[in-house]
Write a protein that binds this ligand. Structure first.
Ligand code: SIN
Length: 283
């Protein structure tokens, strides 16, 4: 019998209380964890002590892993682990600084966005650097009927090329090759989750246009949906301690990193990322 319990969090998500620190589960227990992940959208673990191999092995049980490109910030010897934060080794940054500011889901600007991500806290500041998670099933369910009718059947254009300088002002501009590698993509705004069949609002920080709408009208609707998705009553704030990890489902949640005093503190997080599938329009 499982020695851990699944405790719902407010306003959504759940904590796995008493999981083995290495996340090595039996088949049956892994099934319970996976089912809880699909049901709650985010799962919080605490007091973990995982090697990179164990982090990778747990995530791989959920599906094929995605290797982040460019590879600059992947852990040496473990390209499946993407390092986030301001940590340095030998005077050189080992992670992507200021990653994930602004609500988004991972890979939303790609033709095949990532199904899920698993972020493990190695070193965290004593204050700041929280991560916010928004419930996108809840956002869809709460949308007024007239807005649902407006977006039903429509897709939004997500564009890294248009917004790279806005979301990553501290990074070099995209090269012509990088622009070719990250073409704009269209995704349904009402997205059917491939495993649960539920409908989630699918919008985020790279969305720039809605199909069949005048530019200004589409932009205004995107701004409205983005704001609506971030309503505090549907947002869980995770205040990190070292050894915490959060597994999220990018198909029905969004997340957003928050700032901290990076001149005083180090924040180092290790993320594994799951491959996904082409987003499907909800019926
Ligand atoms: C991310 O967007 O994957 C990083 C979130 C965080 O560092 O809080």
């Amino acid at each position: 019998m499982a020695e851990f319990t699944i405790r719902p969090l407010s306003p959504f998500g759940a904590e796995v209380v008493g999981a083995p620190p290495t996340l090595e589960f039996s088949e049956a227990d892994f099934g319970t964890v996976e089912e809880a992940w699909l049901r709650h959208g985010i799962l919080v673990f605490r007091d973990l002590s995982m090697t990179a191999e164990q982090h990778i092995a747990f995530t791989r049980r959920l599906g094929p892993l995605h290797i982040m490109t460019p590879m600059h910030f992947n852990l040496e010897g473990h390209p499946e682990v993407f390092v986030v934060g301001n940590a340095e080794e030998g005077g050189k940054p080992v992670g992507l600084k200021d990653a994930g500011m602004g609500f988004h889901s991972d890979g939303e600007d790609k033709a095949i966005p990532n199904a899920g991500s698993f972020l493990y806290a190695i070193q965290v500041p004593p204050e700041g650097g929280d991560t916010l998670f928004a419930d996108m099933y809840g956002a869809w369910d709460a949308l007024p009927d007239d807005i649902k009718a407006k977006v039903a059947g429509r897709r939004a254009r997500f564009s890294r090329v248009t917004l790279h300088h806005v979301h990553y002002p501290h990074l070099p501009a995209l090269t012509e090759q990088q622009k070719l590698d990250r073409p704009d993509v269209w995704h349904p705004i009402a997205r059917r989750h491939p495993r649960t069949g539920r409908t989630a609002l699918y919008i985020g920080r790279w969305a720039v246009e809605i199909e069949g709408m005048e530019e200004a009208e589409g932009k205004a609707l995107i701004d409205h949906l983005v704001k609506f998705a971030q309503a505090p009553e549907r947002v869980y704030r995770h205040r990190w301690l070292p050894g915490d990890a959060v597994l999220w489902d990018n198909r029905c949640t969004q997340h957003c990193a928050t700032p901290f005093e990076s001149s005083r503190y180090t924040r180092r997080m290790h993320r594994t990322t799951l491959e996904g599938d082409v987003p499907q329009l909800a019926a």
